[in-house]
Design a protein around this ligand. Structure first.
Ligand SMILES: NC(=O)c1ccc[n+]([C@@H]2O[C@H](COP(=O)([O-])OP(=O)(O)OC[C@H]3O[C@@H](n4cnc5c(N)ncnc54)[C@H](OP(=O)(O)O)[C@@H]3O)[C@@H](O)[C@H]2O)c1
Length: 234
């Protein structure tokens, strides 16, 4: 098992939901945690803030200016709107694309030179919506398919240059976080029905999956973890 004691981990989306739960687990493991957010007051205790709006490419770059060595990067930040292809607002598509895809890819790229020669791990939070397209999900699923493709592309590129850095993703189904409020905006009744119909995953469940990847023995490279609540059908 790989110990995270004293290791430095950079986590985007650290101020809420899955990212926040992960930061708490990492702090418990004795890691130094750097949390990227627009809302530093929302970070958990002992998480060092790095301020950035991930829709802005220069602000994504600024995360890495003056950053020292890191042993891991977890791209957890994300936005979700129900924004259909037939009539959705392209501004929603653009925000999702910038945060879920562009910022994630750029964080992957810019993080590489901060890893020690011995390597480290990158974990990207994708979704079950990166594996199948929910009929009412609009432009969100395309961004999560892209996360999975970026993860696979990066892994192949790292292997081709014999880099010891590993890359993985996790693909959860519904997780009960504030993200669902924007995803179900205007469909609050549908969110209430979904919540009543099933117990969703908790943020800590997904944080545990990320931790499993980060703590895997050094010779074990996990590619993806698909996970749903036992009560979620598809
Ligand atoms: N909840 C689910 O059902 C579910 C299912 C599958 C996958 N996921 C994925 O899991 C990841 C985490 O989602 P969550 O459910 O934990 O959501 P959440 O509770 O809403 O948290 C989203 C995080 O992303 C950050 N973020 C959003 N836009 C940002 C921006 N422009 N600049 C900087 N940070 C930004 C937020 O930070 P600030 O607002 O503080 O800046 C916040 O920390 C996302 O990638 C999501 O797609 C979620």
């Amino acid at each position: 098992m790989t110990s995270l004691q004293g290791k430095t981990l950079l986590v985007t989306g650290a101020s809420s939901g899955i990212g926040q739960a992960l930061c708490e687990l990492l702090v418990e493991r004795g890691a130094n945690v750097l949390g990227v957010t627009r809302r530093p007051s929302a970070l958990s205790e002992d998480v060092s803030p790095i301020l950035a709006d991930l829709t802005q490419r220069e602000q994504v770059s600024s995360i890495f200016q003056g950053l020292g060595k890191i042993d891991g990067l977890v791209n957890c930040a994300g936005t979700a709107y129900l924004s259909r292809i037939i009539d959705g607002n392209p501004a929603d598509w653009e925000e999702m694309w910038r945060v879920n895809v562009m910022a994630l890819a750029l964080c992957c790229q810019l993080s590489l030179k901060h890893f020690p020669a011995s390597g480290g791990r990158i974990v990207n939070v994708s979704s079950m919506s990166g594996h199948r397209v929910p009929p009412s999900g609009g432009f969100y699923a395309p961004t999560k398919f892209a996360v999975r493709a970026i993860t696979d592309a990066l892994r192949a590129e790292l292997k081709s240059v014999k880099s010891p850095i590993q890359v993985a993703c996790v693909s959860p189904g519904f997780v009960d976080t504030p993200l669902l409020d924007s995803y179900f905006l205007g469909r609050e009744q549908s969110l209430a029905q979904t919540r009543a119909a099933m117990k969703m995953l908790e943020p800590a469940d997904v944080a545990w999956a990320v931790l499993t990847i980060l703590e895997a023995p050094a010779h074990v490279e996990i590619g993806d973890i698909l996970m749903r609540s036992v009560e979620q059908q598809m």
